[in-house]
Design a protein around this ligand. Structure first.
Ligand code: R5P
Length: 315
């Protein structure tokens, strides 16, 4: 990518160094030097190991695995860059944790996503770049610009290479994901169906019905994330019960545990496309999971920011 590289720096937190390196490679730059260490009592300490005065600095941190420590590490990184006279600091958060807590789920509960916005702004971010954030309204919790990129084009390109997959209908596994699934359906010029799902608790869902026709068709389930995998598996089962032929899924963020990855491996979904926004994808069984690189989308967003180009085509 051709732009003035000396004016910017890309830093990697400890969450997903491989993705940070892929983004740096696409931009044609080296990762900036930083030392992140832990004290014996687990306090995190950050030292920026190069001059960042008057530079536009980007910090890539995917808040998954140990989101709470990674968040503190990110806040300290941002603070260190601010105090080192960076011109601007952009948090690049491939997976934005706590976005599911975008409203009070019950009386006497908090709104963690709003708190995330306050914490990041207090630390000193000028901008946030993320991808397929669970609830779009979370972007509105920030006063600074928030770019919500999409992995849709990466998935569409991967599906285009699969000749088994045609005559399909895009299915949103719940009402919350309809906008995202509709965008994918429009992009792929496919019809849309919706699963009527209710979440009973963080580990259980109830699938009530399917709105739309999947009879004799291939199904593409589109979701922002999978965690327990119950949403995807329940949606796949109702589609197959209603006459779907084969079921694929395209899920941006694999926020899986060993247990849920094993459940997904055994489920009737033939292929699950996930993007590489989380490092957990590295351990997934590639006979079922296809990992699609999203690094180029983040690189293009950074390039656009540095050159004043539009980011609209990436969202
Ligand atoms: C819910 O609204 C989200 O979009 C995902 O469908 C959900 O978080 C997936 O969670 P799980 O895999 O635990 O069912």
């Amino acid at each position: 990518m051709d732009f003035e590289k000396e004016t910017m720096r890309l830093f990697a937190g400890t969450s997903h160094p491989k993705l940070a390196q892929r983004v740096a490679d696409k931009l044609g730059i080296s990762l900036a030097a930083v030392s992140i260490t832990r004290h014996p009592d687990q306090e995190i300490s950050v030292h920026i190991s190069e001059n960042v005065r008057s530079k536009d600095c980007y910090v890539l941190q995917s808040l998954v695995g140990d989101p709470n420590s990674l968040l503190v590490e990110l806040l300290i990184l941002v603070d260190a860059l601010r105090r080192s006279s960076a011109k601007s600091v952009t948090a690049v958060l491939p997976y934005f944790a706590y976005a599911r807590q975008d409203r009070r789920g019950s009386k006497r509960s908090g709104v963690a996503a709003r708190l995330m916005a306050d914490l990041l702004e207090t630390a000193g971010v000028d901008r946030v770049i993320s991808m397929d954030i669970h609830a779009e309204q979370v972007a509105g919790f920030f006063k600074v610009p928030f770019e919500n990129l999409s992995a849709g084009s990466c998935f569409a390109a991967a599906l285009g290479r699969d000749d088994k997959f045609s005559n399909f209908v895009v299915v949103s596994p719940d009402y919350g994901g309809v906008r995202r699934a509709r965008a994918m359906a429009d992009f792929l010029r496919a019809p849309l169906a919706i699963v009527d799902k209710r979440r009973l608790n963080p580990r259980e869902v109830e699938i009530a019905s399917l709105l739309g026709d999947v009879q004799g068709k291939n199904v593409l389930l589109v979701d922002d994330l999978c965690s327990t995998g119950k949403t995807l598996v329940g949606a796949a089962e109702i589609c197959l019960n209603q006459g779907a032929k084969r079921v694929y899924a395209a899920v941006t963020h694999a926020v899986v545990t060993k247990e849920s990855a094993a459940g997904l491996l055994a489920c009737p979904i033939e292929k699950i496309l996930v993007s590489d926004t989380t490092s957990l994808t590295e351990d997934l069984d590639k006979s079922k999971f296809e990992v699609v690189e999203a690094a180029s989308v983040f690189a293009q967003a950074i390039f656009a920011q540095q050159t004043g180009a539009s980011i609209s085509s990436l969202v």
